[in-house]
Ligand binder design. Structure first.
Ligand code: COA
Length: 261
């Protein structure tokens, strides 16, 4: 039996890890992998026991080295379009997942791999990380949101340098640019991701989901719209059990018990 192309394991209660698993192909994103990712995201979205997701790549060489170029060859336009629509839908789903996501990157995160990372909330890089959108070298352009999300993340001119000159940036550079929240030696990457995930577990789940939405939707909204949305969210959270529990626990000097309601 072949190994599944996407592995799922529960690191500890509340923390699930998804591992892209085609190391011999640098975890290139095949159609079965995209579908497996969608199935996991659908399940995780409604599973109260999952509070935070770590995405990573199997092996030492890559997070994901892009869409599986072998699938592109000789494809008819209609099949190519179907792959693009499907992966775009799944990437959007990843970005909109109502739980925090952490991309833990060592080695190559190219094309669709970088685009997946850009859909995650927190990006951590190992020192070996190399991120880029090299589709131009194939005569193509990114199709999983890279031109839009990278530009929003780093601005037009830096995004142009990365795409138009097909540059691969290091984890350290990604950190300087504010893409990566941290860069650590490769062997410390997974422990660092787990530590971040544990910190996320301390934040009330409804609050995390709402803040995630505020950050994402607010980025594309006018400031007054974003501010109004923010206030509405806070008032709603104040009325939840968890909102009251957090306040009570602080004043009673005990740990809060959040139940996601
Ligand atoms: N799609 C399909 N297969 C891929 C792949 C991709 N995106 N990236 C790597 N692979 C495969 C290679 O074909 C090779 O398979 P093989 O051993 O059967 O020949 C294997 O993974 C190892 O890659 P290889 O190219 O031999 O390693 P390298 O160290 O020489 O180069 C990269 C590494 C990442 C620079 C190079 O693989 C590369 O440029 N990949 C494509 C990146 C890309 O353009 N991504 C965007 C796609 S839209």
């Amino acid at each position: 039996m072949t190994d599944p192309v996407l592995l799922r394991d529960e690191i500890e209660p509340g923390i699930v890890r998804l591992t892209f698993n085609r190391p011999e192909k640098l975890n290139a994103l095949s159609t079965p992998m995209v579908r497996a990712l969608e199935a996991e995201l659908d399940a995780i979205a409604v599973d109260k026991n999952v509070r935070v997701v770590i995405l990573t790549g199997a092996g030492e060489r890559a997070f994901v080295a892009g869409a599986d170029i072998a699938e592109y060859q000789g494809n008819r336009t209609r099949e190519f379009a179907a792959y693009q629509f499907e992966s775009r839908r799944v990437f959007d789903k990843l970005e909109a997942l109502p739980k925090p996501t952490i991309a833990a990157i060592r080695g190559y995160a190219l094309g669709g791999g970088f685009e997946i990372a850009l859909c995650c909330d927190i990006i951590l890089c190992g020192a070996s990380a190399r991120l880029g959108l090299p589709e131009g070298l194939l005569g193509l352009s990114p199709g999983g949101g890279g031109t839009q999300r990278l530009t929003r993340a780093v601005g037009r001119h830096m995004a142009s340098d990365i795409m138009l000159a097909a540059r691969r940036i290091t984890g350290e550079r990604a950190f300087q640019l504010g893409i990566a929240a941290a860069v650590v030696p490769d062997e410390e990457l997974m422990p660092a991701a787990i530590e971040r995930a544990r910190a996320v577990l301390k934040v009330a789940p409804l609050a995390a989901a709402e803040m995630k939405r505020l950050i994402r939707q607010g980025a594309d909204a006018a400031l007054p719209t974003g501010l109004a949305f923010e206030q509405e969210v806070l008032l709603r959270l104040y009325g939840t059990n968890d909102g009251q529990e957090g306040i009570d626990a602080f004043l009673a000097k005990r740990d809060p018990e959040f139940r996601g309601e």
